[in-house]
Ligand binder design. Structure first.
Ligand SMILES: [Zn+2]
Length: 165
C-alpha cells in the first residue's frame, strides 16, 4: 500500500483506486517536526500539493507549519485559521493549481495512531472543508515513523502504512 522509492518519494495506493505521493522535501520537513525531545511540543498543519490530472493522485509538495495563532502543548495541537489563509495563498502562487490535500500533526509516540480527538477533528474537516480531491491524506509524525491514512467523510480511516526517515 505504501512504498519508499530510491528517489526519496513515498508512494501509496489503496484498492479503491486512490493514490498519491509525498515529495522527498515534504518527508524531510515532516521528520523535522518529530517530538524527539521530552520537551518537544506537538506540531501540525495542512498538506498542500497538486491533484494529478490523469490519475487524481494526491501529489504532496508543501506543508503549512506551526506559528502565530496556533496553540501547542506536549499532547495537543490547535490549528489556527492562518493555515487556511496560507493554503489560499499557495493556491494563488500556483496559478490556481495548488490545493489542500490533507492534515498532518505530530505525536510523542514511536509509531503513531490517531486518537479519538484526531478522528473527530478529521471528520469535521472533511465535512466542512472544500477539497478538490475525493478523500484526503491524514499523516501523524511519530518519533520513529510517520503513519499515513486515507480519510473520506463518514468512513473509517484506511491505514496506508508507517515509514521511517
Ligand atoms: Zn493526534
Amino acid at each position: 500500500m505504501l512504498r519508499r522509492l530510491t528517489s526519496g518519494h513515498v508512494v501509496w495506493e489503496i484498492k479503491e483506486g486512490a493514490c498519491g505521493s509525498l515529495s522527498p522535501d515534504v518527508v524531510r520537513k515532516l521528520f523535522g517536526w518529530s517530538q524527539r525531545r521530552f520537551y518537544s511540543k506537538e506540531a501540525g498543519g495542512l498538506i498542500l500539493g497538486f491533484v494529478d490530472s490523469g490519475t487524481n493522485g494526491l501529489l504532496a509538495e508543501e506543508l503549512t507549519v506551526p506559528g502565530l495563532g496556533d496553540q501547542r502543548s506536549r499532547t495537543s495541537f490547535f490549528r489556527s485559521e492562518r493555515h487556511q489563509r496560507e493554503a489560499e495563498l499557495w493556491n494563488m502562487q500556483t496559478n490556481g493549481k495548488g490545493t489542500q490535500l490533507g492534515l498532518w500533526h505530530t505525536h510523542p509516540e514511536a509509531n503513531p495512531t490517531p486518537s479519538s480527538t484526531d478522528l473527530s477533528d478529521c471528520e469535521r474537516v472533511l465535512r466542512n472543508g472544500k477539497f478538490d480531491c475525493n478523500g484526503i491524506l491524514y499523516l501523524i509524525v511519530g518519533t520513529q515513523t510517520i503513519g499515513c491514512w486515507h480519510a473520506q467523510s463518514g468512513r473509517p480511516l484506511i491505514l496506508l502504512g508507517h515509514f521511517k526517515p
